[in-house]
Write a protein of this length. Sequence first.
Length: 413
Amino acid sequence: MRRIGIIGGGAAGIAAAVTAARNDRQAKVFILEQKDRIGRKILATGNGRCNLTNCQIGSSCVESCYRGENLAAVDEVLRQFGYKETWRFFESLGLVMKTRGDYVYPRSDQAASVLELLNLELKRLGAEVHCGVHVQSVIREGKAFGIRAERSFHADRVILACGGKAASALGSDGSGYPLAKTFGHSIAPVVPALVQLRVKAHPFAKASGVRTDARVTALIDGVPAAEDTGELQITAYGISGIPVFQISRHIALGLYQKKRAEVELDLLPEYTEEELTGLLAKITANRTELTIGECLAGIFNQKLIPRILEQAKVRIQTRVSELSRHKLKDIADRCKKIRLTIQDTNGFENAQVCAGGVRMDEVDPRTMESRKRKGIYLAGELLDADGICGGYNLHWAWATGCIAGKAAVKDFR
Ligand SMILES: Cc1cc2nc3c(=O)[nH]c(=O)nc-3n(C[C@H](O)[C@H](O)[C@H](O)COP(=O)(O)OP(=O)(O)OC[C@H]3O[C@@H](n4cnc5c(N)ncnc54)[C@H](O)[C@@H]3O)c2cc1C
């Protein structure tokens, strides 16, 4: 009997097990998971609603939505397994889905529905799930493999789907990297991504709790590396929110490379500097008895105003009659160019994913088989590919898991 051993019961490992078992009903397919149950991270995704894929995924989304050293290989995976394939996979499990914009969710709005259907399918197919099993090593045994954990397992094909090391409370603790290294794989630097940023001498700490639309630009050694616009959240330690998450991997990589990492905030991206100076001139004209602080109340959250004026070195009580057009321009410039020095990310524990991982050059993107060792396959976040927010990371896990599962059993024929 052919034995397919899958290490890691996350999105990628479960998708691999379902696909392997469906494609070869005679095979013994088993998942080894170190936690007490499989799919714990799936339950936490999308704030418990599981944003499982995105309608943009298919051909030609890779440059804008994924990052990694070898995007051509990532693209090859996504061309084979785009959002339609993920949709079909879940439809085949009986999941009814819905879209919000391009984001795809279960109709129930519950990640638990997704995991329940995956578990039912594993059971129906007779795939084995062994929980509480921490795999320490995988070794070659002739044409097969020995898997060393609390007890030993044997498999003809092994799929490494151990995840990265983001959110280790949910399972993935980085133990997949040394397993991959034993087969000669190299690892692109692993840093937290989709994560909050900690600001040095945070000038906006007192505005903690404020949410405001902003453009957020990552600057590495002063050079723009990425930008995103959306709802910025100011926290006591730094900045958060979707636009911060989207640029965070660039900052994390810059910090890892010991470069200067800064973020520039534009608090009014819908206006040019000139338009904003004009707007300030308009709202201060004929209101000369008011202070600049009072005049800004119609534009910004109250908690932001003293902080912005501090940056512009203007006292909040200054009467607008005392402010020249030149000073108003200065305030406008400040609103659009607030530089924050980033001292750190909020760490792997708080990151949604990892950037970096096993280099995609070392994996055949048509099968996810290792180019270093025949019979070993790799899937999911363990690999060097990370997506932006919006269902791209789960998609990568399902896609690579399904491709690896299918190829691992086909390989025998
Ligand atoms: C809070 C949060 C919200 C998220 N929301 C979304 C979202 O809405 N949409 C989206 O696309 N992405 C989201 N993500 C990212 C997405 O969940 C992950 O990219 C994806 O789940 C990775 O799947 P994986 O199977 O590769 O790894 P994981 O889900 O991390 O699974 C790896 C599994 O392997 C097990 N394991 C590791 N090492 C061993 C070992 N040595 N022996 C045995 N078992 C081992 C771990 O315990 C774990 O269960 C979110 C992530 C987080 C943390």
